[in-house]
Design a protein. Structure first.
Lengths: 140, 177
């Protein structure tokens, strides 16, 4: 067994128990899924996260981003540093958006989910970055 | 340290040639950007200071630290390695060794030898069953305790031990273990 990574990732769980960010990630086109997977693996061992792959959006929201298959678009995952777990980043919402688009709608949705978490109406789970590697992607 | 498992990476490299090429390019681009950035910051250098030390423009350093850039040259990497006073390794390796490294699976690097120069292709490795081994590791074999050894009078007080060659354990067996 290797040493644990410096950072871990968590995902948002709705009141109904759905792992909706994980579901979104698992259904990404294979190229975007693997791009994000490799980036998260590198970020997990990096002491500092910076642009272009990581940026502050609006306090306390941040985003992780990689290039998307569609021209001039990028895959973004909005999230926050988990105040309850040291060195954990919590994913709240995943979207594919135009590069220069501020995506106010997505950011508001992520902040709304954060509010639900604070009200204990939602929860978190350990985010699995290799969730579909062994099977389902063989045909894509 | 890795969030990627050997089984997951094996699935990726077995998908198709395009997938293998994408795995290499993606991790090369990210690895170079993350390493330059982290090493520069560890040495408390700004991008401008590193640029001067490497005889490059600050814009070049900024671009090389972008994980989505991917247009570096070996020449520029050598200059940065020299400026940071670190070594640079550029090698072709078999996919089996590559996924061991990416998944933080211990493996034996035997240095320069014919196979390290004429690198086996993915297909060559598949044919030889190399990828079937889940774990390759050093085994430390201890002989029987001295008291039970027929030669105990000759080696009194010493447990003989020796390192043996790396052992490959087939997938099924290692999962059971």
């Amino acid at each position: 067994m290797g040493k644990p990574t410096l950072w871990t990732f968590a995902g948002y769980v709705t009141e109904a128990g759905r792992h909706i960010v994980q579901e979104w990630y698992d259904s990404l086109p294979i190229e975007e899924y693997e791009e994000l997977q490799d980036l998260l693996n590198h970020m997990a061992s990096a002491e500092k996260w910076t642009r272009p792959e990581f940026d502050k959006v609006t306090s306390p929201l941040h985003e992780v981003r990689v290039k998307a298959n569609i021209a001039n678009h990028e895959v973004r995952v909005y999230g926050v540093f988990n105040p309850d777990v040291r060195h954990q980043f919590l994913f709240l919402l995943g979207v594919t958006a135009k590069k220069k688009d501020k995506d106010k709608q997505g950011q508001d949705k992520a902040l709304a989910r954060l509010a639900l978490l604070k009200q204990r109406k939602a929860s978190t789970h350990e985010f699995v970055i290799e969730s579909r590697s062994a099977g389902s992607d063989s045909t894509q | 340290m890795s969030l990627l498992s050997k089984a997951g990476l094996l699935a990726r490299i077995r998908r198709n040639k395009e997938s293998r090429a994408r795995l290499v390019a993606s991790n090369l681009d990210k690895g170079i950007a993350f390493q330059i950035r982290a090493t520069r910051e560890k040495q408390t250098l700004t991008q401008a200071e590193l640029a001067i030390a490497a005889g490059m423009g600050q814009n070049n350093i900024s671009r090389l630290e972008r994980s989505d850039y991917g247009k570096y040259t070996i020449s520029s990497l050598k200059r940065i390695a020299d400026a940071l006073d670190v070594a640079l390794v550029v090698r072709f390796v078999p996919f089996g060794q590559y996924i061991d490294w990416l998944s933080a699976t211990p493996y034996l690097d035997e240095g320069l030898r014919p196979e390290a120069l004429a690198v086996p292709s993915f297909e060559d490795e598949e044919k030889s069953g190399k990828h079937e081994a889940q774990i390759r590791y050093f085994a430390l074999h201890l002989t029987l305790p001295v008291a039970a050894s027929p030669n105990h009078s000759e080696v009194s007080g010493v447990y003989q031990s020796r390192f043996v060659a790396p052992v490959s354990i087939p997938a099924q067996e290692s999962q059971v273990a």
